[in-house]
Design a protein around this ligand. Structure first.
Ligand code: 6GU
Length: 251
C-alpha cells in the first residue's frame, strides 16, 4: 500500500511513520509513506500557501492552487488511482470499520490542512472523503494522518508479528473493548493476578476474558454495547459481571 501525505509539515508525518509497527511495515515493503509540501508548488519569493478568509474572521485559509498542483504531483507519482482523504474535524468519524476498508486500498492520499481550513472549492473538487479522528480540535491534520497511517499499517498482511494479533484487539472482532492483561509477577504490592488466568483451564480463561470485555464495554462505552443483540451466553456473563460489581459495593 502506498500513502502520500500532502502537508505543510511532511517531515513530521514521515518521522512518525518511521517508528514501531509502521516503520517495520515500511521496511518489509508492505507500506510506503511519501510526503508532499504544497509550499514547493507555491509561487513568488514568499511562496504563499494561505490567505485571509472572505467574509472576515480570524485565521487563514489555504489557497487552492499550491494545493491543487501539489496533489497533482502526488497523484502522478504512481500509476495506481488514489483515494483522496481530507482530514478535518468536520469529517465523518474514523472507526475501525473504516480503517479496515481503507487498509484494502492500494493507494491513499491524505490531505492535511491547517485548522482554519482549506478553500472549500478545492475540497469539493479533489477530496473523495473527509474524516475526523474525534470530537476535539487539533491545529492541523498531521496527527490525524499519522493515526490513519498507523491504523491501516498494522492491518497489512505481515505487518504484525505472531504475538501481536490484530484480532484480539478492542473493536477488531466484535466491537467490544479488550479485556485486562497481566504478566509476572503473580503477587505484587499493587495486587495479585486473577487466579483463573493461572488455572490452565483454557475454556474458563476464554470465558473470563469475554466477561471482562463485555463488562468493561458496559461500564466504559455503553454506546458500543448492543445488549439486545447479545447471545444468551454473553448476556449471562454480563449479568454475572454486574452481580459481581453489586456484591463488591455492598461489601
Ligand atoms: Cl482530522 N483535524 C483537525 N485539525 N482536528 C481534528 C481532526 C482532524 N480530528 C479531530 N480533530
Amino acid at each position: 500500500m502506498r500513502v502520500d501525505v500532502v502537508s505543510l509539515f511532511p517531515e513530521f508525518v514521515a518521522q512518525i511513520a518511521g517508528h514501531g509497527v509502521v516503520g517495520r511495515a515500511q521496511e518489509r515493503g508492505l507500506l510506503a509513506v511519501h510526503g508532499w509540501n504544497p509550499r514547493d508548488h507555491a509561487e513568488g519569493s514568499y511562496r504563499r500557501v494561505d490567505d485571509r478568509p472572505f467574509g472576515g474572521g480570524p485565521g487563514m485559509v489555504m489557497l487552492i492552487d499550491p494545493l491543487r498542483d501539489c496533489l497533482a504531483a502526488a497523484r502522478a507519482a504512481d500509476r495506481a488511482p488514489a483515494k483522496v482523504i481530507y482530514l478535518t474535524p468536520q469529517g465523518a468519524p474514523l472507526t475501525q470499520a473504516k480503517v479496515r476498508e481503507l487498509a484494502k486500498c492500494e493507494r491513499l492520499i491524505l490531505l492535511c490542512g491547517r485548522y482554519e481550513g482549506i478553500d472549500e472549492r478545492l475540497i469539493e473538487a479533489e477530496a473523495d472523503e473527509e474524516l475526523s479522528i474525534g470530537d476535539y480540535v487539533l491545529s492541523g491534520g498531521e496527527l490525524a494522518a499519522a493515526v490513519v497511517i498507523d491504523a491501516v499499517a498494522r492491518l497489512q498482511e505481515g505487518a504484525l508479528n505472531d504475538n501481536e494479533s490484530a484480532i484480539q484487539d478492542s473493536f477488531e472482532e466484535d466491537g467490544l473493548l479488550d479485556c485486562p492483561h497481566y504478566t509476572r509477577p503473580v503477587e505484587h504490592s499493587l495486587g495479585v493476578v486473577p487466579s483463573v488466568l493461572m488455572s490452565g483451564n483454557h475454556a474458563e480463561i476464554a470465558k473470563w476474558r469475554r466477561q471482562q470485555s463485555l463488562g468493561r464495554t458496559w461500564l466504559r462505552r455503553p454506546d458500543l454495547l448492543h445488549e439486545d443483540q447479545l447471545s444468551a451466553a454473553d448476556r449471562k456473563l454480563l449479568d454475572a459481571f454486574r452481580d459481581g460489581l453489586a456484591a463488591e459495593k455492598t461489601k
